[in-house]
Design a binder for this molecule. Structure first.
Ligand SMILES: Cc1cc2nc3c(=O)[nH]c(=O)nc-3n(C[C@H](O)[C@H](O)[C@H](O)COP(=O)(O)OP(=O)(O)OC[C@H]3O[C@@H](n4cnc5c(N)ncnc54)[C@H](O)[C@@H]3O)c2cc1C
Length: 607
């Protein structure tokens, strides 16, 4: 056996039992759960723990069922009539029956204890979570981040390695035996030798208008796929109202956060010509001020934008002029007061809201676009967070299965419930397995692949390739899709894969904090995710949830309550379908005219 330490392929070797990847909710809870099962745990994260990933971007809140909010979390004003059964029912229906129901049960049943633990961490870290009946807590993104940091602080036995990007999983005979990482600042390559790995690396976001963190490139999804895991539901991506104006607030989610917190305030939606976008009253009634408004805006605004009726920056205008000045002033004051718990008075996150206030009070329209927030698709897992690859577990947004075609409930709750379960499962696996060696030849070939651009001359920049992926995703894979657009995007992705990716070169030849190098590895991952998404979107010849097709507007339950599963067959994507797992609620039948008519259909019993 060749000694890894002296081989020169990597700079360092770190040995552990469970490697938790990701410094946000899924990674931290996995690490804590594994530690409590008495195994050695290392947590590695591309960013800082509690200061990276999308949890810190959160703006709405998170929830459990009302009964658990009362009994497990001790919220006296929680509404116990909002039971676990009701929550289950909502999630399955909101998912358009694409959820695997065993996954929804895991979310509903296992989340309260972990949510309560996070709230306790938050309390001890001095964070304020505002409880709103029946069962939601509102806070700033930093509250979740600071609570997670507290969780790590209270478990000092967890070895934490930050600013280190995991590049690929290492396998031996199909079993995961560790991962290769890059210390972003020093450029050192680190081989993590571990008996189990939990991926908690978040989702992917390939579009140009961003409200997410910028490095949401689906690293975990792509590396799991390369290691033999299956992906599912990759065609479903959720977008919501994201500021285009005022210019300095572009990318902020304040328009949605205002809607969520100022439910008495009405707004009209206007297209680029100033004409009203027609949104049925019943839809406004069931969606405004709730997270269902995300899908409603994707559908109604998205249609207008795709038809060429968008604003100059590709959005719509929100017109608040039907409210009285007094009502607007009062509501804005309440909003600023509520958020002054977490931000400076009059600010949302770091941004001064005075220009927004001025525009609203002067009846000026606010330009808003659709920024993608959350990927429902990801690694196929079961309710124990097994990926099907021995030694590999996954949790949080990197997975698929709970929210199906559309997420209305909480990504934050998902990351906690799944992370904790994945940590327990990984620890259990560790206890029943013996240590396997790292395959040096695999390690060498990964290192060769990721260092190739250092020697390349006059190639293309990885940053440019990233822009090209965003451009083609915007054009064909966005909120209103059709066969021609998707095919064009798939062809362009193939071109990027064959004619750009292999010719990436770096201007900066240093390994220390080389952003081009990080981008090179990220675009490779993003490309895998988008290709999977576009292929699935082409296969699904109907509309469902966040997959909205202009050429197949109908939601066809009779033929398409199916999950699209993507397998890695000799580095090619093989697509198959299977019915979602049913544990309680029989699969739906019939057809709906479009994705929003689905919610109004009396047979569904949603309203
Ligand atoms: C603007 C916005 C608002 C949102 N608001 C809400 C809300 O109000 N309520 C709600 O429930 N959900 C909300 N969400 C969704 C929610 O934030 C996510 O679903 C949740 O954060 C996912 O948690 P996670 O732990 O799976 O991944 P993330 O929170 O995204 O964390 C991923 C972690 O993995 C690390 N990582 C990534 N790649 C690598 C790699 N290659 N190697 C090592 N580490 C890596 C990252 O640095 C990060 O630490 C919002 C999302 C956005 C973008």
């Amino acid at each position: 056996m060749i000694c890894l330490k002296t081989s020169g392929v990597v700079d360092r070797v770190i040995t552990t039992d469970v490697l938790a990847v990701g410094g946000s909710g899924a990674g931290v809870t996995a690490a804590v759960a594994a530690l409590r099962s008495n195994v050695k745990v290392t947590l590695v994260s591309k960013g800082k723990v509690g200061n990276s990933g999308n949890a810190i971007m959160a703006g709405g809140g998170f929830s459990v069922d009302g009964e658990s909010a009362l009994k497990v979390c001790g919220m006296e004003n929680a509404d116990p009539s909002f039971t676990q059964d009701k929550l289950f029912d909502y999630i399955v229906k909101e998912s358009y029956f694409i959820s695997d129901q065993n996954m929804v049960e895991q979310y509903v049943e296992e989340s309260p204890k972990v949510v309560n633990e996070l709230l306790q961490w938050g309390k001890r870290a001095g964070q304020e979570f505002l409880f709103v009946p029946p069962s939601t807590w509102i806070a700033a993104g930093t509250c979740w981040g600071n609570a997670l940091k507290q969780g790590i602080k209270e478990n000092p036995e967890i070895e934490v390695i930050e600013d280190t990007m995991i590049i690929d999983l290492l396998t031996n005979n199909g079993q995961v035996v560790g991962a290769l990482g890059l210390d972003i600042y020093t450029g050192e390559l680190i081989a993590f030798k571990s008996k189990a790995v939990v991926l908690g690396t978040g989702g992917f976001q390939p579009f140009s208008l961003k409200n997410t963190v910028t490095d949401m490139t689906g690293d975990g999804v792509a590396m799991a796929f390369r290691a033999g895991a299956k992906l599912a539901d990759m065609e479903f991506l959720l977008a919501f109202a994201t500021a285009l104006s005022p210019n300095e607030m572009k990318g902020s989610i304040y328009p949605f956060v205002m809607e969520f917190n100022m439910r008495n305030i009405h707004y009209d939606v206007r297209d680029g010509n100033g004409d009203l976008i027609d949104i049925p009253e019943e839809i406004i009634k069931i969606s405004r001020g709730t997270k269902l408004s995300k899908l409603a805006s994707m559908y109604y605004w998205g249609k207008a934008i795709a038809e060429g009726r968008g604003t100059p920056n590709g959005g719509v205008y929100l017109d608040y002029s039907s409210n009285s000045k007094e009502e607007l002033e009062r509501s804005l004051e309440n909003f600023f007061q509520r958020f002054s718990k977490w931000h400076r008075y009059g600010y949302y996150k770091g941004e001064d809201m005075s220009e927004v206030k001025r525009m609203m009070l002067n009846d000026e329209w606010i330009e808003v676009g659709l920024g993608f927030e959350y990927s429902m698709g990801g690694i196929l897992v079961d309710e124990k967070m097994n990926t099907g690859v021995p030694g590999l577990f996954a949790a949080g947004e990197v997975t698929s299965g709970v929210f199906g075609a559309n997420r209305v409930r909480d990504g934050l709750t998902e990351m906690l419930a799944q992370g904790y379960r994945a940590g327990l499962s990984a620890a259990e696996f560790v206890k029943g397995t013996s240590e396997l060696d790292i395959d040096l030849s695999q390690l060498e070939s990964i290192v060769e692949r990721i260092t190739r651009p250092f020697a390349a001359k006059d190639g293309i920049s990885a940053i440019k390739v990233h822009h090209n992926i965003e451009k083609t995703s915007d054009e064909g894979f966005g909120f209103l899709r059709n066969e021609a657009g998707l095919t064009k995007t798939l062809n362009e992705l193939n071109r990027i894969k064959n004619e750009e990716l292999p010719y990436i070169s770096f201007k900066n030849k240093s390994r220390n904090y080389n952003y081009e190098w990080i981008e090179y590895m990220q675009v490779e991952n993003l490309l895998t995710c988008v290709e999977a998404g576009v292929r699935a979107a082409l296969m699904r010849k109907e509309s469902r949830g966040c997959h909205i097709r202009s050429d197949y507007p109908e939601v066809n339950h009779d033929e398409w309550i199916l999950r699209i599963i993507i397998e890695n067959e000799d580095n090619k994507m093989k697509l198959t379908t299977r019915k979602p797992i049913v544990t309680k609620l029989p699969l739906y039948k019939g057809k709906d005219e479009n994705v929003m008519a689905y919610f109004l259909n009396k047979n569904l019993g949603y309203m």
